[in-house]
Design a protein around this ligand. Structure first.
Ligand code: UYC
Length: 228
C-alpha cells in the first residue's frame, strides 16, 4: 500500500545508517514502487560522495531486472556511483561491475591484476608486486580501488579498513592475521577455498594480499599517502 511505501520513504531519508540498511532491503522486495523510492534516494544524494548506504541502494537497482531500474542506471550512473578516476588511464569499470554484483572472489582477482597493471608491464607478466612498485602507485588510483571496495561491501572490505585494524593493533602482524581471518592459530588460511567470499567474512578480510613473499607489499600499501 502507498502508505507503507511513504513511511519507508520518510524513514529512509531520516533514519540512522542501521535503519537505512534495513529499509533498503525491505524496499528491494516491493517491486517498482520500492525501486522508485531507491531511485529518488540515489538521485538526491548524487552530489555528495557515495557511502556504502548508497552502494546498497545502487546494488538493488543494479541487480534488478526491472526496466525502470536499468534505464535509470544507464542514464544517471552508467559507470556506477564511485568516480572511476585514474592517473594512468586504467579502466576500473570491470572491477565496479564485479563488486556491484557482489562477486567478491572475481573482484579480488581483478584487484590484484589491476594493481599489477598499475605497477607496469613487468609486474603484469610476473603477476605479483614488489613493495617498491607499491610505493609509487598514484594516490588517486588506490583511492578509487579502495572506495569501490568500501561502497560495495557495507564498509567492511578495503585496504583502508585493513589499515585501521592494523593500526588499532599497534601494527602487530601476528595479531592482525587472525583478526581478519587470514590465519587460525598456526595455520594460514588456504587460498582460495578457505577464504570467505561474502559479507559474512570478518571485517577487513578482503581484498587479499598473498604473504608468501613477506609483509613488505602490504606494509607498503598501509604506508601509502593515499590514506592520509
Ligand atoms: N594466501 O595463505 N599462496 C595466493 C593468501 C601465504 C601460497 C593468491 C592470503 C602463506 C601459494 C592469493 C593468505 C602461504 C600460492 C593468496 C594465504 C601461501 C598462493 C593468488 C593468508 C603458505 C600459489 C595470487 C595470509 C604457508 C601462487 C597470487 C604462488 C597464492 C592470498 C601460499 C591472493 C591472504 C604464507 C603457494 N595466495 N601464501 O599471489 O605464488 O599468486 O606460488 O600467504
Amino acid at each position: 500500500p502507498a502508505n507503507d511505501i511513504d513511511s519507508l520513504r520518510q524513514t529512509l531519508i531520516a533514519g540512522s545508517i542501521q535503519v537505512q540498511q534495513q529499509i533498503i532491503s525491505k524496499l528491494a522486495d516491493l517491486g517498482n514502487e520500492g525501486l522508485d523510492v531507491l531511485i529518488e534516494f540515489l538521485r538526491k544524494r548524487s552530489d555528495t560522495p557515495a557511502t556504502w548506504i548508497d552502494g546498497k541502494a545502487y546494488q538493488v537497482l543494479y541487480n534488478s531486472d526491472a526496466p525502470l531500474a536499468k534505464e535509470f542506471l544507464l542514464s544517471s550512473f552508467p559507470e556506477g556511483i564511485v568516480p572511476l578516476k585514474s592517473d594512468c588511464g586504467i579502466d576500473y569499470h570491470p572491477l565496479q561491475q564485479l563488486l556491484a554484483s557482489q562477486d567478491f572472489q572475481a573482484a579480488d582477482r581483478l584487484t590484484i591484476q589491476k594493481m599489477c597493471e598499475l605497477a607496469g608491464p613487468a609486474a603484469l607478466q610476473r603477476k605479483w608486486l614488489y613493495f617498491t612498485e607499491v610505493d609509487s602507485f598514484p594516490i588517486i588510483d588506490l583511492q578509487t580501488i579502495n572506495h569501490l571496495w568500501l561502497v560495495h561491501s557495507e564498509g567492511k572490505f578495503g585496504f583502508s579498513v585493513q589499515r585501521e585494524i592494523w593500526l588499532a593493533l599497534g601494527k602487530n602482524w601476528d595479531n592482525f592475521w587472525p583478526k581478519i581471518g587470514w590465519k587460525n592459530g598456526n595455520n594460514w588460511t588456504r587460498y582460495p577455498h578457505e577464504f570467505i567470499w561474502d559479507l559474512s567474512a570478518p571485517k577487513g578480510h578482503l581484498p587479499l594480499s598473498n604473504q608468501l613473499r613477506g609483509v613488505r607489499v602490504i606494509a607498503a600499501l598501509f604506508a601509502h599517502p593515499a590514506w592520509k
